[in-house]
Design a protein around this ligand. Sequence first.
Ligand code: NAI
Length: 732
Amino acid sequence: MSTVKNTGSTVKNTVIGWAQDAEGIVTLTIDDPGQATNTMTDEMAVALRAAVERLEAEKESVTGVVVTSGKDTFFAGGDLNRLMTAGPDDVDDISAGLDHFKESFRRLETLGRPVVAAVNGTALGGGLEVALAAHHRIALDKKGSLLGLPEVTLGVLPGAGGVTRTVRMLGIVPAVLNVVGQGQRMKPAKALKVGIVDEVVATEQEMLDRARDWIRENPDAAQPWDRKGYKIPGGTPSSAALAAQLPAVPANVRKQLKGAPMPAPIAVLSTAVEGAQVDVDTAFAIETRYCANLICGQISANMIKALFFDLNAVNKGASRPADIPVRKAEKVAVLGAGMMGAAIAYVTAQAGVDVVLRDVTTEAAERGKDYSRRLLDGALAKGRIDEAKHAAVLDRIHATGDIADVAGADFVIEAVFEDVELKKKVLAEVAAVAADDALLASNTSALPIAEMAGAVSRPGDVIGLHFFSPVDKMPLLEIVVGENTSDEALARAVDFARQIRKTPIVVKDAYGFYANRVIAKFVDEALSLVAEGMHPASAEQATLQAGFPAGALTLFDEINMKTIAKIRQGFIADAAERGVEFVTSPSYPLVDRMLGEFDRPGRLEGRGFYEYEGPGGARLGLWPKLAAEYHRPEVEIPFEDAKERMLVAAALEAYRCYDEGVVRTVAEANIGSIMGIGYPAWTGGALQYINQYAGETAGFVARADELRARYGDRFLVPDGLRALAAEGRLVV
Ligand code: NAI
């Protein structure tokens, strides 16, 4: 961020409009002509400073200030491209940029005239920080409008006064827990409850009228912290009242991180606590220092790339053929009302699309529909939906045992048992009844799409839609393109994913698709640690400290070792078919023993690596015999190796998938790994992990070579990656 020069108020301000009424109230309308939304660009910094200087210069004629926006949203926040590319050499520049905004905000709030933010739409991050510099915030209750300071979710913190002001408005504990620590995005009503806005109104006119009224009623407005005798609500860290409560905050952060190497939540906490013990200007300086360090670090770059740029690219359909018009599904037939079919019907109906849910009998189909009933009942009880919505979603699902009810469906998804002959039969049967050009999708987890396509007369319309369980929670959808699948079918599948608000990645019709290949390497590596003698509790801890959302042994039990062993057999057969060597893992004999000798397949049976309260019941402790049998204290596996083995093994597999065309873009590989298997967000995804490794691709390759020498051929570096590293290039 370059240091912004002051251009003074003589230049016409094209970014922030100025309108003064007869009473002297000035309305500043932020409306950057160069951008779809207002963000914190250099031009914005200059414009804001110019507006503030004009207010100061013309103060005698100004009775108050309304800050609003000329866009549909209020203000979107930081310039993420710039934040992502900032490196360690940019700390001074970034700090100067933050301080420039801060100074403008500070001059606005100390102008000596009442300032009201008329928040006419979404105000996130820097956008909300603009509003926090006002003395009073009125939010318009607009559909889709969100308020909050979500910086921490991208590995940074609100550095334009957001932490300092929320701490002083709300107190340390509420500010960290409800606003800055987890970056919650709130609807206006919630924002009012939490206290980051003061009023919520229904119309734009009301918002502007109320803003003027408030100015008239509060001619002496000032920020609470600029008034004599001000004390931070709830006290400062040195006060006894807060001392009792404060430990809950780091405890909460620890729970949130589970040991993952993410510096932002800790920096937020430090900013809040340290800033509360000093005057407001020193607090701002502390905030800038922490924020600039985060912005210029690698982890925020990884997170911004993955969770903003890659995710946007994927959600827009990174691999959707561009020249095919958007076509939405109108009547979806779901065949098979088991665990998957029932949940697919639910998310489809939720998206406002009519569903025919078909099973072998109407009773079986109704049992599938019960899944939706249960979820909707729960949402109703919690007040998240009303009766009308409950009824509307359920009415969209027509449960039936009669295939004739599928007539006219333009989009078919089969989710019957995982049996290729059955699936072929079902697809042929439905193709005869559904619309002539209905898309024919299979939710297979492993069967070849091309083979199923052979069962119908129009194989171009057959495609795979690999959902993840539980479907209503897991955001990822793998779209599997078979040999014959047409571009139009692919485009329609991507359009459907967007319709039901899933994130689609396009994958090749090859065994394991993408996510299962990558997850298999991660869990096998975690379990290898145990097989080699590491204490199971330490292996679980290493998984969490690498940043995975759950321990690997926990995951084994959830997925069930029978499934895992079956998938392994699939990989072995696939390798044989392709004539490539299958590299074995120390984890395999342990899984086999768990299934055979120990008979502990997983949580479903109530016994796995963990003990449970019963079949499918609550998890108790680790099964003691596991450590008794395998733990060898004399074996020393450095903890750093333990963590990196999982990350590196999965990243190597992601690279192989990319190299083989199993995934088509780096963005899809990164997002698929984060959303499909819980690859840690701090890495930016499995391919970004390679690029961001210290020393970039060469550094990663050297580390993989080291791990291979110590632990085996699972860390063999593919030739293509070695070549990139030799040339100093990234995986792009
Ligand atoms: P499930 O066993 O719970 O359900 C299958 C349903 O299909 C049963 O209700 C059965 O009555 C019905 N069915 C059988 N023949 C039928 C026919 N001719 N017409 C209509 N319905 C018929 O199985 P689940 O777990 O829902 O799996 C379904 C598919 O989804 C399988 O291909 C599976 O591999 C795949 N899948 C499963 C995932 C999982 O986590 N369970 C994840 C992703 C895909």
